[in-house]
Design a protein around this ligand. Structure first.
Ligand SMILES: Nc1ncnc2c1ncn2[C@@H]1O[C@H](COP(=O)(O)OP(=O)(O)O)[C@@H](O)[C@H]1O
Ligand SMILES: [Mg+2]
Length: 229
């Protein structure tokens, strides 16, 4: 994916506040990217623009070489379904559905070619939840709910997984399990990961570290797990 001269502003009374200012970076496939920055620095807004949930005020966002920044919602929905998986701090599972059914949702929405039931079971196995298929979110721990959310995000085999503070609602030990799992999935599936966080321990996993401050990209460095050149 690539971001070129990305800006995002919002009207505030007579003026506009600039939330993101001239952001530029490109991420090759297979990286584990952390997007660090204090609360309010623009991390969630940037992820929103990358995933097409939010529209930039200026600049462009390319996913697999396709400029999504000027697309209409009708076109975008299909691209999002196939190209980007999303994981959130609060898990955002549907409370009335079982783990298996939650993972099936994007498969039905995007008309997956194979059997949604079999695919869902395969994914829940991959995240270590084969024994929790028929549990509802309220019957699962926070860490287990986040595993279901990761399985759901990967259901349509997207090349890119974007996570916004994925460990923010978890105890440290559960958070570490989730990060170990995300790393393993990246290695196994080749998925590119972009993780926004203000938790410094997440950066131990990074092959690449982006740093935001006040809506500006102030750092772009190799992480501790970068492949040596
Ligand atoms: N819909 C909105 N209306 C007004 N201000 C917003 C809106 N969304 C975000 N902001 C502001 O933009 C800045 C960046 O927010 P955000 O992207 O959520 O930062 P982060 O995820 O790094 O905490 C904050 O100052 C926030 O108050
Ligand atoms: Mg945020």
């Amino acid at each position: 994916m690539e971001v070129r001269h990305l800006g995002r502003s919002l009207p505030l009374g007579e003026e506009r506040i600039e939330i993101l200012k001239d952001i530029n970076f490109a991420i090759p496939a297979g990286e584990f990217v952390t997007l660090m920055g204090p609360s309010g620095s623009g991390k969630s807004t940037l992820l929103g623009c990358i995933t097409g949930l939010d529209s930039p005020s200026s600049g462009q966002v390319f996913l697999n070489g396709i400029d999504i920044s000027s697309m209409r919602e009708s076109q975008l929905a299909g691209i999002r379904n196939r190209t980007v998986g999303m994981v959130f701090q609060a898990f955002n599972l549907i409370p009335t559905l079982t783990a298996r059914e939650n993972v099936e949702v994007p498969l039905y929405a995007g008309s997956w070619k194979g059997s949604p039931g079999a695919r869902s079971e395969e994914l829940l196995g991959l995240v270590g939840l084969s024994h929790r298929l028929e549990h509802r979110p309220s019957q699962l721990s926070g860490g287990e709910q986040q595993r279901v959310a990761i399985a759901r995000a990967l259901a349509t085999q997207p090349p890119l997984l974007v996570a916004d503070e994925p460990t923010g609602n978890l105890a440290a030990a559960q958070g570490k399990e989730i990060l170990d799992l995300l790393w393993e999935l990246k290695e196994q599936l080749g998925t590119t990961l972009v993780i926004a966080t203000h938790d410094l321990s997440v950066s131990q996993y990074a092959t690449r570290m982006l740093q935001l401050a006040d809506g500006e990209l102030v750092g772009d460095h190799p992480g501790p797990r970068a492949t040596p050149a």
